[in-house]
Design a binder for this molecule. Structure first.
Ligand code: MLT
Length: 206
């Protein structure tokens, strides 16, 4: 596993150890970094290539993937700019490491930027697992997500993401043609064992 800084994001890359599995793009939550989701990825997709960037925006020293005005209220101009920047990084990394389009696995802020990339640069991702995601853009552009697989896993008692907001995201992506599975777990914002089980089963059937 290498920490690399040559590309446009500080990141880690781990080559695949099994063929036939899609590469994963790991996107951490607020205050995380490129190491955060590596242990989780071993549980949900052992053997997959891993690409794990660190968000470039700092909020009180905590890395994020875009700016927010307050919890749940996003600086949407920044969301748009950062989604483009991340999609450009994915393209660079695919070239540098010889990867096919990755499936994003994002948690919280990382899930929100992944949803924005789906809406703004759909070709950057082969699919996405959005853990505790919410609607990133109130007025997204029309996009064609025809057949793209998306798993959204929400917490029924998540104090940060209202269930209605997660449902709205699911219907926005479904309306754009994505094949969305939305699973509501009896939990809060933090990840649980059930998240890993659901995600692993979903990745296995890709
Ligand atoms: C966000 O800012 O993306 C969401 O509020 C989730 C979070 O990172 O706390």
């Amino acid at each position: 596993m290498n920490a690399m800084t040559e590309l446009s994001f500080i990141h880690r890359f781990k080559p695949a150890t099994e063929s036939g599995r899609p590469p994963l793009l790991l996107l951490h939550g607020t205050g995380g970094n490129e190491d955060d989701l590596l242990p989780l990825s071993n549980m949900i997709a052992p053997g997959s290539a891993l690409l794990s960037p660190r968000g470039k925006v700092l909020e009180g020293g905590m890395p994020r993937f875009f700016r927010r005005l307050q919890e749940g209220v996003f600086d949407e101009e920044d969301v748009r700019r950062r989604a483009q920047e991340l999609a450009d990084f994915i393209a660079q990394a695919r070239e540098a490491y010889g990867l096919s389009a990755p499936v994003a696995v994002g948690f919280s802020n990382g899930a929100n930027i992944a949803a924005a990339v789906l809406q703004l640069r759909p070709d950057a991702l082969a699919g996405a697992v959005l853990l505790r995601a919410m609607v990133p853009l109130q007025d997204p552009p029309a996009v064609d997500l025809a057949g793209k697989p998306v798993l959204i896993v929400s917490g029924a008692s998540d104090p940060i993401v209202p269930a209605e907001n997660a449902k709205r995201l699911a219907s926005l992506l479904t309306g754009a043609g994505a094949v969305v599975r939305h699973q509501m777990l009896p939990t809060g914002h933090g990840l649980s064992q059930a998240d890993l089980t659901v995600t692993r089963a979903w990745i296995d059937q890709l």
